[in-house]
Design a protein around this ligand. Structure first.
Ligand code: IPE
Ligand code: IPE
Ligand code: MG
Length: 228
């Protein structure tokens, strides 16, 4: 890539798994499986390029209302990922942080998640936030309730610290695949000044080169933050 301005934090709305599979006459679960594989590829490339923080939207709170079979297939993928990929993550030297209410997941998956977070806590190459059963409105309401419980008025910094992303810088670039032009309850507070990039590619087919294109596009933008 040409000399470019890298975003410090990229967030992905990994959308389009189901449609990608359907076009290939395969079940939606196959799309999710290939989606996980592509997550390794694309996030790995982001870290190779020097991005320090990557966040992926793996499962929204609203996704849990999908048919039971699909939710179970997704849980099974989480079971494999968090259960079997702990060494791989340590090799990649990437710290894993899961964001969202994981209490709805089967106990063994919750356990593997905590284990992966513990075993990668020392990793320094990059931070990978995985949003599981995450919803931005729920996150904001929770933060308000925490502030109320502490009985104090908060400023912006104080409020941010109550969010599930507390301590993590806001995403500079949010990339959504799958062709939809919306945020779907993802990082609503944190996205205040994020640059948005939409790709018509379905997530399983979003390539390393597509990521580079998105970063090049970001690099050419003028982020004014309301100033002149
Ligand atoms: C994104 O792909 C992954 C999840 C929401 C879990 P979808 O499952 O939404 O795929 P499409 O949008 O139906 O194609
Ligand atoms: C957003 O995709 C959630 C994830 C990618 C995990 P959805 O497929 O759930 O979003 P909508 O329903 O098209 O808004
Ligand atoms: Mg979708």
């Amino acid at each position: 890539m040409r000399r470019i301005k890298l975003p410090g934090h990229i967030a992905f709305i990994m959308d389009g798994n189901g449609r990608w599979a359907k076009r290939r006459l395969r079940p939606r679960g196959y799309g999710h499986k290939m989606g996980v594989q592509n997550m390794f590829k694309v996030c790995g490339h982001a870290f190779e390029l020097g991005i320090r923080i990557v966040t992926v939207f793996a499962l929204s709170t609203e996704n849990l209302a999908r048919p039971k079979e699909e939710v179970e297939e997704l849980f099974e993928l989480f079971r494999t990922f968090f259960g079997k990929k702990r060494e791989k993550m340590q090799e990649m030297d990437v710290k894993i942080n899961v964001i969202g209410d994981i209490s709805v997941l089967p106990a063994d998956i919750q356990q593997s998640i905590l284990q992966m977070m513990e075993e990668t806590a020392h990793c320094t190459r990059g931070l990978l936030n995985i949003c599981v059963n995450y919803g931005a409105r729920q996150e904001i309401v929770r933060a308000v309730n925490l502030a109320v419980a502490y009985g104090r008025f908060v400023d912006e910094a104080g409020f941010s610290s109550f969010l599930l992303t507390g301590g993590i810088p806001d995403p500079d670039l949010i990339i959504r695949t799958g062709g939809e032009l919306r945020l779907s309850n993802f990082l609503l507070y944190q996205a205040a000044y994020s640059e948005l990039y939409f790709s018509n590619k379905m997530w399983p087919e979003f390539s390393k080169r597509d990521l580079e294109r998105a970063i090049e596009n970001y690099s050419a933008r003028d982020r004014r933050f309301g100033k002149v």
